[in-house]
Design a protein around this ligand. Structure first.
Ligand SMILES: Cc1cc2nc3c(=O)[nH]c(=O)nc-3n(C[C@H](O)[C@H](O)[C@H](O)COP(=O)(O)OP(=O)(O)OC[C@H]3O[C@@H](n4cnc5c(N)ncnc54)[C@H](O)[C@@H]3O)c2cc1C
Length: 384
């Protein structure tokens, strides 16, 4: 077992940390308040190679390993979970599944556009009445010559309104449940494809979230990703990538809370002493640090398995479940340590607290992660 980062991983950490501190952090709060997606920062990250971290160089990626991928998510998440969300979706929910499941022609067509930041992608699985149970989706794809005709609606899709490419899941055999789903590449501009932004979110306000509408949208058969009726496998394989990256992002966010609080409790004086001198305050700081470090180790363990190409669904779910709940506890304490000031938009912990709330909800709620972990432990599945 080796707990050290390699020279390359340390260099990546240094580069992305500097970029996060100098370019992302100064505008994160303003972007949140204005619900503004910073396309310029997205493009700068791409120029540094960070919009294709784990994708091989032949497809325009940086060719780094999965621990490096986690480090990038962590460092962006340390200052801005909204932008980290865009990173997660672009790399883990769009590029990595393309790399794993698409054919050579599709990889060559899409990956360089995505890794270079020229195109933004999104992952369209959730529907208004199919969230935790995606196999119950009703979006349909009906064969018509060399095309499939897609009809349906997707909701809560990160990047929907700014995406050039959507990976959309649809029923190609509506009687076959999860065995009748197929993944399609749908490009903006295809007739019958449109999006609408969703507003007034509790957190992640600088991240675009929207709905996708498919109205007799004709998609060429060549745009099927993976095999016909095998899309559910693609969707779940994708979530193994996505859950990993969000977990790393929330470790970063927890670290961000700790960093902010360390500074605050060493400045704020009550009862004639620094807050940080009180034992109850140190207890809170200690709990935050222990929880954050435990989360980081769970993420890196899953990353280690990914690097070795070993099964990691269980370990990724454990990391996702723990980090989701952990960052909520940490952000809660961060607000607590700031007293009334933590309740104000003037202080970053307020944004971190609101942003943290999403994580127990998306990419499989905490209950869904518990059911996955429980099934591994007991050998009994709550759902297929
Ligand atoms: C900001 C944001 C971004 C998102 N981005 C994307 C995206 O990019 N792409 C995408 O496809 N989706 C995305 N989603 C959707 C997200 O993945 C879903 O919201 C999530 O899967 C939960 O589905 P639901 O909201 O329909 O809740 P439901 O499935 O209706 O769940 C409601 C509650 O019931 C619980 N529950 C459900 N089933 C069970 C069960 N069997 N046992 C115990 N409890 C259960 C859940 O845990 C939850 O607490 C996003 C959502 C948000 C809010």
């Amino acid at each position: 077992m080796d707990f050290d980062l390699t020279e390359e991983q340390r260099m990546i950490q240094e580069t992305i940390r500097k970029f996060a501190d100098e370019e992302i952090a100064p505008v994160a709060s303003e972007n949140d308040k204005k619900a503004h997606f910073p396309r310029d920062l997205f493009e700068k990250l791409a120029a540094l190679g960070f919009m294709g971290t784990p994708i091989p160089e032949e497809y325009g990626g940086a060719g780094f390993d999965f621990i490096s991928h986690a480090i990038v998510a962590e460092e962006i998440g340390r200052v801005d979970s909204s932008l980290r969300g865009t990173y997660s979706v672009q790399v883990s929910l769009v590029e990595l599944p393309i790399y794993k499941f698409a054919n050579e022609e599709q990889k060559k067509k899409y990956l360089p556009k995505l890794t270079s930041g020229e195109w933004i992608g999104c992952y369209g699985l959730t529907e208004p009445n199919a969230g935790s149970d995606p196999a119950s989706m009703v979006t349909s794809a009906v064969e018509d010559g060399d095309f499939y005709v897609l009809n349906g609606q997707k909701t809560w899709i990160t990047n929907a309104g700014i995406a050039d490419l959507a990976i959309v899941y649809a029923k190609t055999d509506k009687e076959a449940g999860s065995r009748g789903i197929t993944a399609f590449f749908v490009e903006r501009g295809m007739e019958g494809f449109s999006t609408r932004d969703l507003h007034d979110k509790l957190g992640l306000r600088a991240s675009n979230t929207g709905e996708i509408f498919l109205e007799n949208c004709r998609v060429p058969k060549d745009n099927i990703m993976g095999d016909l009726n095998k899309g559910f496998k693609v969707a779940l394989g994708t979530l193994d990538f996505g859950r990993y990256t969000v977990s790393a992002g929330w470790v970063g966010s927890a670290q961000g809370c700790i960093n902010i609080c360390k500074k605050y409790v060493k400045e704020r004086i009550q009862f004639g002493k620094l807050l940080g001198e009180f034992q109850l305050v140190q207890q809170m700081i200690a709990d935050m640090v222990v929880e954050c470090e435990a989360g980081r180790l769970l993420v890196y363990r899953a990353g280690h398995l990914k690097n070795k190409g070993l099964p990691n669904t269980r370990e990724t779910s454990i990391a996702k479940y723990y980090c989701s709940e952990m960052v909520n506890r940490v952000a809660y304490k961060a607000v607590q340590l700031h007293g009334g000031y933590g309740f104000s938009g003037e202080y970053d912990v307020e944004r971190f607290y609101r942003d943290a709330r999403i994580n127990t909800l998306y990419e499989g709620t905490s209950q869904i992660q518990q059911l996955i972990i429980g099934a591994y432990e007991l050998g009994l599945k709550a759902f297929v």
